[in-house]
Design a protein around this ligand. Structure first.
Ligand SMILES: C[S@@+](CC[C@H](N)C(=O)[O-])C[C@H]1O[C@@H](n2cnc3c(N)ncnc32)[C@H](O)[C@@H]1O
Length: 312
């Protein structure tokens, strides 16, 4: 039986090491943390007991969803009968406290997971219809819309575009083609795209095994995300024992373990393909989208929100 680990103290000890020594310290910390009762890879379960549901209760996720609600609510008020495309539904947390009983409109969820629209379906009032396109965004024909919300999804799509993918032997389209499809969807209605992504570069420009890739993953998943969860564990009085256990499991399985994937043998085996803010700005410009506003949505400067229009 492993002794309990004080996660905050362990992370503090790790983060004062020279950066080149931190990957080894991450592996050592992983070995000290107890394995969870059950494995739950990212994006495989969204029910009330899932790790995903626990993720939506942590501070960085709350900041992100709150910032998206603050943009969407005035849009819904101004446009009764709105149509929103939500790319990647997760557990539907965005919609809690956002939709009102007398709202009318339509939400089109694009998500290859069969439960990807279950959360929003539960929360939608009678006047809001929910459709589910059970396909990845790369394969979806998007309808015109007042808003396209794409929160924490495009980092699952490897590569800036089809050419960047082809260069490393991957077929299909990348992020730029998805952004162009979002622009085409909002242009007829002068709508908005809401994009949320972490500010970190770990896309195909860094080859498997590159120490820079390891350092970038460590930067977002350990120096920012794990630290934010350790802060939640130390300060959030609203979290019961079950939620705290799931946050600890998230640190272990979805955060510290992520650093090990930098050494994966193939480009396709990486779990995430994220971009930093500068790279996103270049890509959204290339897709003909204009930044209306943007900001970090948490105090750890992990997640960035981009509000985009199709206009010049
Ligand atoms: C990290 S969750 C984000 C959920 C939600 N947007 C949020 O901000 O909480 C990612 C979601 O995107 C879905 N997803 C993963 N790859 C996708 C793809 N290529 N196209 C559309 N959805 C995808 C997953 O099934 C999951 O529901």
């Amino acid at each position: 039986m492993l002794p309990p680990v004080d996660l905050g103290a362990a992370l503090r000890a790790l983060l004062i090491l020279p950066r080149a020594e931190q990957p080894h310290a991450v592996r050592a910390l992983l070995a000290r943390l107890p394995p969870p009762a059950a494995e739950e890879p990212w994006n495989t379960a969204f029910g009330p007991d899932s790790l995903y549901h626990a993720f939506t209760r942590c501070s960085v996720a709350r900041g992100l969803h709150g910032a998206n609600r603050a943009v969407l609510r005035p849009l819904f008020d101004a446009r009764p009968g709105f149509r929103v495309v939500e790319v990647g539904g997760g557990d539907g947390t965005l919609w809690a406290g956002l939709l009102r009983p007398d709202d009318t409109g339509e939400i089109v969820v694009v998500d290859p997971h069969p439960d990807g629209a279950a959360g929003v379906r539960r929360l939608a009032p009678p006047g809001v219809r929910v459709h589910h396109l059970v396909v990845p965004v790369q394969d979806a024909a998007l309808p015109e819309a007042d808003a396209v919300v794409c929160s924490l999804v495009l980092h699952h799509v490897a590569g800036a575009d089809a050419a960047a993918r082809a260069a490393v032997g991957l077929a299909g389209t990348g992020k730029a083609e998805a952004l162009a499809a979002f622009r085409a969807a909002i242009a007829p209605r002068d709508g908005r795209v809401l994009l949320n992504e972490a500010d970190v570069y770990c896309d195909l420009g860094l080859a498997p095994g590159d120490p820079v890739l390891t350092d970038r993953l460590l930067d977002s998943y350990v120096r920012r995300f794990s630290v934010s969860l350790a802060h939640d564990l130390a300060t959030r009085t609203d979290a019961d024992a079950a939620l705290r256990a799931r946050w600890t499991a998230i640190v272990r399985d979805w955060s510290l373990a992520q650093v090990g994937l930098a050494g994966a043998a193939a480009y396709a085996d990486r779990d995430v393909y994220e971009l930093d803010v500068v790279s996103w700005l270049g890509l959204v410009g290339r897709a003909g989208l204009t930044v209306v506003e943007r900001r970090f949505t948490d105090r750890w400067l992990l997640f960035h929100q981009y509000v985009l229009s199709a206009g010049a």
